[in-house]
Design a protein around this ligand. Structure first.
Ligand SMILES: [Fe+2]
Ligand SMILES: [Fe+2]
Length: 286
């Protein structure tokens, strides 16, 4: 039997610390937070970690940035994308490490949402593109904490998705009486992220209700909708939740441009070798 919701919340939010961040990553975060770092200092610290360097270089070389030549240096990458995405990658790494085992596919889904959100934000002439991409990278991070802390309930959520044909979001609501967007917002608060990132995570499934950043939350909502619709999603989370009508109104997206924009987004996803497999139907159509 699943315990009452109050008990579940206590177990979830009473964890004293989020998974530990290695000492090297803490040094990098401190440098970024203090703000007065030299590019050489920051990039040489990042270069000491091959996995982190690889993630930074993958992001800067993603089709979103549309660079003519490949960027192979971490220093150049930071000049191009800024330090905010680096901060997001570092903070999310311990949770994504857990996700690799418990929610395979979540990193690919999140990374792809980040790239697509960056493209859309740029297309809609929004500022804060770095923050929007970071929030998109972290938008589903609450799912990982639910998996980590609530094993029994997570199994029940998966069972409900399968037996009742529900989205994972609806199954979370049914089984534990709250959802991963609220959990993710709590994590963003623990990490002291700026309010724009926290709000986007909190409202990525209902941007129409977001008070301060509805357009930015709607961009990540749309990116999530498209990416999931293509099939790039975490295991056990294949159904696409309904699009939030009120969120649609927050987007500066004329209806007659929708098809063109979707086609451009699909081109961007297709240009990523690891995602092109999801678009094999496109080759068949040509
Ligand atoms: Fe989500
Ligand atoms: Fe998502």
């Amino acid at each position: 039997m699943i315990p009452a919701a109050a008990n579940i919340k206590e177990r979830l939010f009473n964890i004293r610390e989020l998974p530990t961040i290695p000492a090297l990553h803490n040094r990098i975060l401190k440098l970024i937070d203090e703000g007065n770092y030299s590019l050489d200092d920051l990039s040489s610290l990042i270069e000491r970690d091959q996995v982190l360097s690889g993630k930074v270089l993958r992001l800067v070389n993603s089709p979103f940035y549309g660079l003519y030549s490949k960027v192979a240096s971490v220093g150049k990458a930071i000049v191009l994308i800024g330090s905010n995405p680096v901060r997001g990658i570092i903070l999310s790494t311990p949770l994504f490490d857990i996700a690799d085992k418990k929610l395979p596919g979540l990193w690919d889904h999140s990374y792809c949402c980040s790239v697509v959100s960056g493209f859309l934000a740029n297309r809609f002439n929004m500022k804060d593109i770095g923050e929007i991409m970071t929030a998109a990278l972290l938008h589903d991070i609450g799912k990982v904490l639910i998996r980590k802390q609530l094993a029994e309930e997570s199994a029940e959520i998966d069972k409900t998705v399968q037996s009742e044909g529900m989205t994972a979001l609806d199954a979370e609501k049914k089984v534990i009486d709250f959802t991963h967007d609220a959990v993710g917002s709590w994590i963003a608060g623990q990490w002291n992220f700026p309010s724009i990132i926290n709000d986007i995570i909190a409202y990525h499934h209902k941007p129409g209700l977001c008070g301060a950043y509805p357009g930015e939350a709607a961009v990540v909502h749309l990116a999530d909708f498209i990416v999931k619709g293509i099939g790039i999603s975490a295991s056990m989370d294949r159904l696409v939740p309904l699009f939030d009508d009120r969120g649609w109104e927050k987007l500066p997206l004329p209806e007659d441009e929708l098809i063109d924009i979707l086609s451009e987004v699909i081109d961007i996803i297709e240009a990523e070798p690891s995602f092109s497999q999801y678009l094999s139907w496109r080759k068949d159509e040509r």
